[in-house]
Design a protein around this ligand. Sequence first.
Ligand code: MSP
Length: 653
Amino acid sequence: MATNKIGSSENKKFFLTTPIYYVNDIPHLGHAYTTIMADVIKRYKTMRGYDVFFLTGTDEHGQKIEKNASIKGITPKELADSVVIRFRELWDRLNVDYDKFIRTTDDYHVEGVKKIFKKVQEKGDIYPGDYKGHYCVSDESFVSDMAEDSSAGNKICPDCGRETEKVVEKCYFFKLSAYQEKLLKFYDDNPDFIQPASRMNEVKSFVKMGLRDLSITRSTVSWGIPVPEDEDQTIYVWFDALTNYITGINYLEEDDTFKDMWPADLHIMAKDILKFHAVYWPAFLMSAGLPLPKKELIHGWWLKDEKKMSKSIGNVLDPNVLFEHFNSDAIRYFLMREAPIGADGNFSHQGFITRVNTDLSNDWGNLISRTGGMIEKYLKNNFSGSSTTGEREIEVMEKYSEMEESVINFFDEYKFNRGIEKIFEYIGYLNRYIVETQPWNLAKDDSRKEELEGVLITLVKAILSINYLLSPIIPETSAIVSDIFNNDSSGFGWKDTGDSFSIRKVEQLFPRVDLKDFLKSEENKKKEATKTGTPEKKEKDEMEDGLISFDDFMKVEMVIALVNNAEKIENADKLLKLEVNTGSEDRTLVAGIALHYSPEDLIGRKIIIVKNLKPVKLRGVLSQGMILAASDKDGRPYIPEIPSETPVGAVLK
Ligand code: MSP
């Protein structure tokens, strides 16, 4: 499905992006919304004659991923590899036809980020300093001193409401303050840069309040791209992530592809990351001497039970759950129909099922099956070529043209919900047309056969014309409908079938799903999950916030042990063999600390050990537990000091 097509043609190019998603979280309906919207825009723009390139991917560096991976006991790259598969699978399932999937751990991206960093450095916009402030790990964002305090004395992140961490570290700053006036001028010169306009006003007020220089490196985060010529620092994850929009189209080589594609025509995202895209990103690009993106489309949030769907609230909806009852088109349709682009949308199972049943099963599905059924029954699936076109039929055509024009206007402005609304008004009109012309009565009278064919052929042409308009939203169904009516002609306007043609048997396009069945299976699943905690749910929970339950913590048995003997293990520079007493028994441990501790440092010392770890054999010695030590980013161990009066065998909890 995903092709790696980069290139120019005679068509106008259109370069389109989604945010790249964090890999600490499995994909949910909120991510699906943005990505489906991008796919709909790709398909629609292609219909409008553009040569579209659609870039999506994953954001894999930074403190949040580092932390989550360490909690799970795997490397950040291992964590990323497992989650990336989930994103790609979901996009395939939802028929998302992206052209390139970028991962920020890809080499060409890493090198591209270093390249733009150096450009900004050469411009004189980067200087070393000390950062002392607050950091929101969840948003990967520096929080101002003006933010509210929590009861624990930490600042609260104004964007997500979580408690921040205090940070004191050496770093490099980006001279964001130098771009305040340039940004304001850019917004004034390009009033359509941000859509909807209300979001542009937010951005302007934010910038007018004053911009402070931005720390763009971290010295306490090792999971990131090293700063060129200062490997103690890694590049701030947002500087890294935003750069994907250019590295994904060959910024490293700055070849013809890059020159053809950049600047982007459209960045799509939700309002949570507006500041990064509308303030920081343009400033970085100005500094690097690159043109700015043409437009940013900012949509609202999907809420569930009136709250933002998000991993920390725990109200995320995995679209895979919907696949048990619905196909991908039902999900795509609901998301595009239900939420106006700028506003928030509330997801409820009831709202979902009602929308899908009413519009897709009743209105669209029924129009097709009724029309197909009549063609089968009265014409044996064949149009003979002799039909009459009355005034009524001309009105059907004219109404189509009016409707299509307004749909194109709405779709051009990315107001998909409004466009779809117009299409369905027209579908309702066609269903009434059937009732009014009563083909079943025309069929009773042989002398009215031409009139009957006239009504049915008008319906087929209308269906095919609508089908093209709906194709970016529900591509799978659209292909089936073209197949049923043996007509896959593309292009806007009233479709021509020719006079004599035959159709295939109509299948049911959107079987109605009963709300009770839907809710029942959901309810059962929830009950099951709370009873047993399904592996999927547990995995999801852990993935979502990096937290483990108290019960999980209590599974680890840690005690104070006394080191009775210690010696080096032959031919293993890093390993020491320790004989310890745990209060109830003697045990042997193998510890990878020999580069930093000698046997004499440890004999007679109290240490903390994990007692219930599965024994493993290391260099022929059976290790029956693990010593606890802190580790810095180079892996140097630090064994904690235990107060001398602590009894051997005392339990840590
Ligand atoms: N990694 C950054 C983006 C870097 S882009 C250079 C990030 N990732 S994220 O995984 O948190 O994704 C945020 C984006 O996912 C939102 O801007 C939006 O596009 C989408 N959504 C996530 N939750 C959503 C909702 N509940 N509702 C609508 N969109 C949602 O931020």
